[in-house]
Design a protein around this ligand. Structure first.
Ligand SMILES: Cc1ncc(COP(=O)(O)O)c(C=O)c1O
Length: 420
């Protein structure tokens, strides 16, 4: 694939083909330091034992495939994940569990089981631990849930633009929520400072110099979703394209790593998608190194409103990201409405549909189609990373509440679609 910028012909997207991407190289030593197979297997073994575990559905969007002029589009709908509404349930909670197991094992000098932790059998130890993180909603919800599930305290930092609804969803799991001025990156700094002052453990989804192990556990949790998608993939041939939205980049990096490890050179072309006003991964790809974006990061796609990449994620995406795309908010709005209006509706939040929004813009643009080799034989894999995690905003955008959209549809087997 040639490198360079393909301007989206008037439709507001931008596409950069990454000159650092390697397609034919094996999954190498640098990549292993980010995500390794043993870490994936440990996460899969653990998370599939948790109460309430169920594979999320991989939905065939035949209507989108037709509209986009490709053979197939499949959408992994994370809206129903553990009742938390997003794929983030897999990451933060898993990192909390690993952290607590490490502390208990060091104290007791013996291994602890999942059941021990779920039953709070070492509550005298875990009850003295406080985990903390900054969040725009979904990650904090996962850390709060993990703390409640495995028996420790959580203090969660949210920035000025996080909605009251998202705050309530975190508090629901017993966490203390602290609201800070400024944007997401400011809340990250505040959480780190307060953790240092109080002896708390930061369970962040973003990694920085000297802080890799916990974000690595978070990302290993996310690989469970990618593995499920490959097991559910209905065709003999693997996907040819995968478009995944990024905030700090942990989600796309975990997915790209897993696809590379499992499929090698047959892995799909990997496209990282961001909102145009919070495109730190795109800026990093253009610069060839981690590059921060400043400002209000003003986008409706709250989960993607990040200005600084995770260094761990960047180490992987620098080679695994074939292209980086930015899209306007309108593309997400259109994609949410399209999914809600299908005969079998899919309830998706703003950040869930960036990959779908990008696919539709790219598919309608001959230069971008050619650049990504998107054609009638292409098989596209998308990750719908959340349901309606902010129901009030969902209703404003779609014109109906998530319940009304779900209620309008009763499937042939009498079940309703997964949603938040
Ligand atoms: C729903 C949703 N999708 C995608 C992302 C992006 O994930 P990451 O920041 O790991 O790139 C987030 C992050 O919060 C999210 O909440």
């Amino acid at each position: 694939m040639a490198s360079g910028t393909v301007p989206g012909a008037g439709s507001g997207f931008a596409l950069f083909q990454n000159p650092l991407a390697v397609r034919d190289a094996p999954y190498g030593r640098v990549q292993e330091t980010v995500m390794d197979d043993a870490g994936h297997r440990a996460a899969f073994d653990e998370i599939t034992r948790w109460p309430g575990y169920r594979e999320t559905p991989l939905i065939a969007l035949d209507d989108v495939a037709r509209e986009s002029g490709v053979a197939a589009v499949h959408y992994k709908d994370e809206g129903g994940r553990f009742g938390l509404g997003s794929f983030k349930a897999l990451g933060g909670a898993y990192a909390v569990r690993r952290h607590l197991a490490g502390i208990v094992e060091a104290k007791r000098g013996a291994p602890v089981t999942t059941d021990d932790l779920l039953q709070h059998r070492h509550g005298d130890v875990t009850g003295g631990v406080t985990v903390t993180t900054a969040t725009d909603g979904n990650h904090g919800r996962s850390v709060a849930w993990g703390a409640q599930l495995f028996g420790c305290r959580a203090v969660i930092y949210i920035h000025a633009h996080v909605s009251a609804g998202r705050q309530a969803e975190i508090e629901r799991y017993g966490a203390t929520v602290v609201r800070t001025p400024g944007n997401y990156d400011d809340s990250v700094r505040q959480a780190a400072a307060d953790a240092a002052a109080n002896g708390w453990t930061v369970v962040s989804d973003t990694s920085y110099e000297g802080y890799r192990e916990i974000p690595r556990a978070v990302m290993h949790g996310y690989t469970v979703m990618a593995e499920e998608a490959l097991r559910q993939w209905p065709a003999r041939e693997p996907p040819t394209h995968c478009l995944v939205q990024g905030g700090v980049g942990a989600l796309p990096a975990a997915v790209a790593a897993h696809l590379w490890q499992r499929l090698g050179a047959r892995r799909p072309h990997f496209v990282v998608v961001e909102p145009e006003r919070a495109a730190c991964l795109y800026a990093s790809a253009r610069a060839g190194k981690p590059t921060a974006i400043t400002g209000a990061l003003d986008t409706m796609m709250a989960g993607l409103a990040c200005g600084e990449v995770s260094s761990l994620a960047w180490d992987l995406l620098a080679r695994a990201g074939d292209a980086f795309v930015t899209i306007p908010d309108q593309a997400a709005i259109d994609a949410m409405r399209l999914l809600a209006a299908r005969p079998a509706p899919v309830i998706a939040g703003e950040s869930a549909v960036a990959g779908l929004g990008a696919l539709r813009l790219i598919a309608a643009d001959p230069a971008a189609r050619a650049a990504l080799r998107l054609g009638p034989d292409s098989r596209v894999l998308l990750f719908g990373s959340e349901g309606a995690t902010d129901p009030a905003l969902y209703a404003k955008i779609v014109g109906r509440s998530p319940e009304a959209v779900a209620g309008a549809f009763i499937s042939r087997d009498g079940t309703q679609p997964a949603g938040d």
